[in-house]
Design a protein. Structure first.
Ligand SMILES: [Zn+2]
Length: 323
């Protein structure tokens, strides 16, 4: 609770804020973890949980919510619900800060959330095995997440050789707890891939920073011999203005050949039936993805709201290949 309170304070949350915790409670530690942290900080805390989008928006209005904790893919989805209700979160809410985390997301996704809601969005990192949230968090500089070196020793190792890597190289994060009494863990492998930035941060805090989590070493998939992280696809798609708030990647195997199909929702204003324009967009997305992941995907443009939505962590990759 103290660490989450520290993280929230760093991002600018103060006593007097109204905090809506829009993630699942129960075994998912992001719920209760932020609840206790926010109570420690002294905000009015609304345990709204995940899902039930219209009620979430009503709560925001009734309580004058200023800070939300939300899973990024759900934030993108919720914005559409605002739109359906004829509301604009920039004008019709008092939101100023969004704490986002619990699933890998790109900086482009963060920028979208900031624009859509008119907020400052901060990336949060934690894992259940290390008490949940509050392990590392972004400061206002938004260039990497400070991890709390008074509570954890963090190392980066090469997941294959298990050797420790120097700061600045990417590898798997390994944690040792310093303050836990009941269940200390020593050199616990997280499977989360990131880099440690050794340089001091411009904000002046001396705790070192880790990069955005690139993915889990086990959510990487291999297509035609190329290693691909879902985050690479997220970065490409969320940078394009025409792309809507949802997409899905399907992997198939046909005649012993792997295929990647990327289904992308197009924003309604761009989905106007001008086939040439859509075809141009489709080619542009294919080309951008190809230059990032070095494999040519089959891109399908679909109408807004046709792909399955998620209210918890998003399932973006569906692997239908049979081995
Ligand atoms: Zn900083």
């Amino acid at each position: 609770a103290n660490l989450v309170a520290r993280c929230m304070f760093m991002s600018g949350v103060r006593r007097g804020d109204v905090f809506q915790n829009m993630v699942g409670y129960g075994l998912f530690t992001g719920g209760l973890g932020f609840q206790y942290g926010a109570e420690r900080l002294g905000t009015l805390t609304i345990p709204s949980g995940s899902g039930n989008s219209k009620r979430q928006i009503t709560l925001m209005g009734d309580f004058g919510t200023t800070v939300i904790h939300i899973i990024p893919s759900y934030a993108l989805h919720l914005w559409k619900v605002f739109e359906e209700m004829g509301l604009d979160p920039k004008k019709d809410t008092q939101l100023r800060i969004a704490l986002i985390g619990a699933e890998p997301h790109s900086d482009a996704t963060r920028q979208r959330i900031e624009e859509m809601y008119g907020v400052e969005a901060f990336n949060s990192y934690g894992l259940s095995e290390m008490n949940g949230p509050g392990v590392a968090f972004e400061c206002p500089e938004k260039s990497g997440m400070h991890f709390w070196e008074d509570h954890f020793i963090i190392e980066v190792i090469d997941p294959k050789t298990l050797k420790a890597l120097p700061d600045g190289e990417e590898g798997e994060l390994v944690f040792t707890t310093l303050m836990r009494e009941a269940m200390p863990l020593i050199r616990y492998r997280s499977k989360d891939l990131a880099t440690i930035f050794p340089e001091p941060c411009r904000c002046g805090r001396s705790h070192r920073r880790i990069s955005r989590i690139k993915g889990r070493s086990d959510d990487m998939f291999i297509l035609k011999g190329v290693n691909i992280f879902p985050l690479q696809i997220d970065t490409v798609l969320m940078t394009l203005a025409e792309v809507g708030t949802n997409y899905q990647v399907v992997l198939e195997r046909e005649n012993f050949e792997d295929k990647m199909i990327v289904q992308v929702e197009v924003r309604p204003e761009f989905f106007k039936g001008d086939l040439r324009q859509l075809e141009r967009l489709r080619r542009q997305i294919t080309e951008s993805l190809r230059s990032e992941i070095l494999v040519t995907p089959k891109v399908e443009l679909v109408e807004p709201d046709t792909l399955p939505k998620s209210e918890g962590k998003a399932v973006r990759v569906i692997d239908r290949r049979e081995m």
